[in-house]
Design a protein around this ligand. Structure first.
Ligand code: CA
Length: 229
């Protein structure tokens, strides 16, 4: 089961960006544009964590945070407050309202993901997978390490992200377009054959002598992480 994150934010472009990054990292995402909608969604389908913007229409994020903390059903729900404010007093007010953590805009998606994993892990240690694996390949997300059959595999950052995407969806065939979008980002100016170059590197790194090839090329379609070669 993917951990579910509820984004409470009224700025649609930011919601889209957050959703994109969180889904890419293996989270399921729901969103609400104001506090009232957030409370309804939480009551209907309790998320594993809430990303709560401070600046919301009608009721502020701080008040939403207090409401979540008041209900016994949601008292322990991990909350990260998003804000444009960076003052120390704001930080204190944010944490006083019951937020577990506090992140100032603009923030890097990877920092946000790391903090989300941390608050979810604290609340329910089994909910966040720190290790992804397939066949004899294991990826330790916390240590940023990959191994095959217990032996270390050294990957460049792009190959790491490629493998991460494959490990989230083993057996599925992805087109080059999809991989470009998901691994390099929707606005990356990269040629299609760049994907082939990095797939080649990934394959070479994973194929420690004697191991079978786990990267399957599907002619005129794309690539998959697969047993069948
Ligand atoms: Ca806002």
């Amino acid at each position: 089961m993917k951990p579910m994150v509820l984004i409470v934010e009224d700025e649609a472009p930011l919601v889209t960006l957050l959703r994109y990054n969180l889904e890419k990292e293996g989270f399921a995402v729901a969103s609400a544009a104001d506090g009232e909608e957030a409370m309804l969604q939480i009551a209907e389908n309790k998320p594993d964590a809430v990303l709560l913007d401070w600046m919301l229409p009608l009721v502020s994020g701080l008040e939403v945070c207090r409401q979540i903390r008041r209900s016994p059903a949601t008292r322990a729900l991990p909350i990260i407050l998003l804000t444009a404010r960076g003052e120390e007093t704001d930080r204190v007010r944010g944490l006083d309202s019951g937020a577990d953590d506090y992140i100032v805009k603009p923030f890097s998606p990877s920092e946000l993901v790391a903090r989300l994993r941390a608050v979810i892990r604290r609340a329910q240690p089994s909910a966040v997978e720190d290790t992804l694996s397939y066949a004899d390949v294991a990826m330790d997300l916390a240590a940023h390490r990959v191994s095959r059959g217990g032996r270390a595999v050294h990957l460049g950052p792009t190959e790491f992200r490629l493998l991460h995407h494959f490990l989230l969806n083993p057996g599925r065939v992805f087109s080059r377009e999809h991989l470009l979008d998901r691994v390099w980002g929707p606005h990356a100016e990269v040629e299609m054959r760049t994907v082939d170059v990095h797939i080649r590197r990934l394959r070479k790194a994973l194929n420690i002598d004697g191991c079978r090839d786990l990267v399957r090329t599907v002619r005129s379609v794309g690539y998959a992480l697969d047993h069948v070669g």
